[in-house]
Design a protein around this ligand. Structure first.
Ligand code: AMP
Ligand code: MG
Length: 394
């Protein structure tokens, strides 16, 4: 049995990034830049006003506070009149400044008198309320680094500087197989002994947040049925997630099914709670996880192991959930020598473990914003002691 940190290391070192392809921006959400992206243009592309007001020459203020309005520049204007000494241009936010102007006076600081304006308040410096060309980024400069996630802000930013297509790594095909003979048939009346199958929909939703549409199948606990299904799904996917059947019971066929399908088991069992029986296996063309079937183990393992694997495939420089260190809100007692992962919340800057941490329980997870890591070698942690926390995508 290995430690969680070793499990992560084995996963990340066993996986390489998927082939590259170039996609339009709108297809890149949630993916990772496969190359450094350089700015194709200066941004802003031209000097522009940051306010509604009047464009002047700062040096003219030596001569007085009255300016003659000689024209206008609104957003989208291309042909601009120049201004001469003592003249100004009506200008609006985002509109270009003529070469001859260097400063914008807010319209609130101006009194209009016929074709002239009088400044009621003088700009304190040259260039005030002017967005300079290339102020955000200069043409050719590094706009976005390889391996970083293309979140909505990144996509918007890259669109704003004129990037139209991005090199990313192709999404893997992902298949989910839930194993179990206890699943209630869809639409059938509930009966003692059966359960509502919940892992497939949960995993599919978690993957959807990462931009992945996974397919899912349910297979009852039958060795040959499961082997055949694993072979079939592995043939057409790069990432295979099995739920259940991964421990040592008489009906746990996941390890054997993976081996029969040509997978090498890299590790089986991690010194953690929940999710001790976690399994990771590799084949040339496919990566497989055997997730312990308990719903909480499934989701915890998804966030801590599957997500980093998926993000590594997508070329992430730092795969995995965002994490940080927070002080514990109260005392935590731990039994045994495994690492514990507790669903929790952040309250007043402190990590608060929630009630109901059983492997079969999801309620606390559904309210949680963090996963709190209690290290394997601790038996008791005090309020105020620092713990590692992982932020759960909401
Ligand atoms: P297993 O890992 O197959 O031994 O299952 C462990 C526990 O998780 C058992 O209580 C199962 O009934 C439950 N379980 C397994 N698969 C699912 C599933 N797909 N949805 C909900 N519960 C499940
Ligand atoms: Mg089972």
């Amino acid at each position: 049995m290995i430690q969680p940190e070793e499990a992560i290391r084995l996963i990340l070192s066993g996986i390489s990034s998927r082939p590259r392809l170039r996609l339009p921006l709108e297809a890149c959400s949630g993916l990772f830049a496969a190359t450094d992206i350089h700015a194709p243009y200066d941004h802003p592309f031209f000097r522009q006003s940051a306010m509604d007001g009047y464009a002047i020459r700062f040096e003219d203020l030596k001569e007085g506070k009255i300016f003659k309005q000689v024209g206008e520049s609104s957003a989208g204007t291309v042909d601009l009149p120049e201004i001469k000494k003592g003249e100004c241009l009506r200008i609006f936010t985002g509109a270009p400044l003529p070469d001859s102007a260097d400063t914008v006076v807010m319209q609130e600081h101006v009194q209009k008198k016929g074709g002239e304006i009088e400044l009621l308040q003088l700009p304190e410096k040259k260039g005030l309320h002017v967005r300079q060309q290339g102020e955000q980024i200069k043409k050719g400069a590094l706009a976005f680094p390889q391996g970083k996630r293309l979140n909505p802000a990144a996509i918007g930013y890259l669109a704003s500087i004129g990037v139209e297509r991005i090199d990313v790594h192709a999404k893997p095909e992902v298949s989910i197989i839930a194993t179990g003979s206890e699943f209630l048939e869809e639409g059938a009346p509930m009966q003692k002994g059966k359960i509502f199958e919940s892992n497939t929909v949960m995993l599919r939703m978690a993957l959807q947040r990462e931009g992945i549409n996974a397919r899912a199948a349910k297979v009852r606990d039958d060795e040959s049925l499961l082997s055949n299904r694993v072979k079939l799904e592995a043939a057409s996917s790069e990432l295979l997630l099995l739920s259940g059947g991964v421990s040592v019971g008489d009906y746990d066929f996941t390890p054997a099914a993976l081996e029969r399908a040509g997978f090498q088991i890299v590790f089986h069992k991690v010194r953690q709670k929940p999710g001790k029986p976690l399994l990771f296996a590799l084949r040339d063309d496919c990566v497989a996880f055997g997730l312990p079937g308990n719903p909480r183990s499934v989701l915890n393992s998804f966030y801590l192991y599957v997500l980093p694997a998926l993000q590594k495939m997508l070329g992430a420089a730092e795969p995995g959930l965002l994490h940080s260190v927070l002080p514990l809100a109260g005392k935590v007692k731990k039994r045994g020598d495994r690492t514990w992962y507790l669903s929790g919340k952040v309250k007043a800057g402190r990590a608060v473990p929630l009630e109901g941490q059983g492997s079969h329980m999801l309620q606390s997870f559904s309210e949680a914003s963090i996963i709190i890591k209690i290290p394997h070698d601790k038996t008791e942690m005090q309020a105020g002691e620092e713990v590692e926390v992982y932020f759960i995508p909401q």
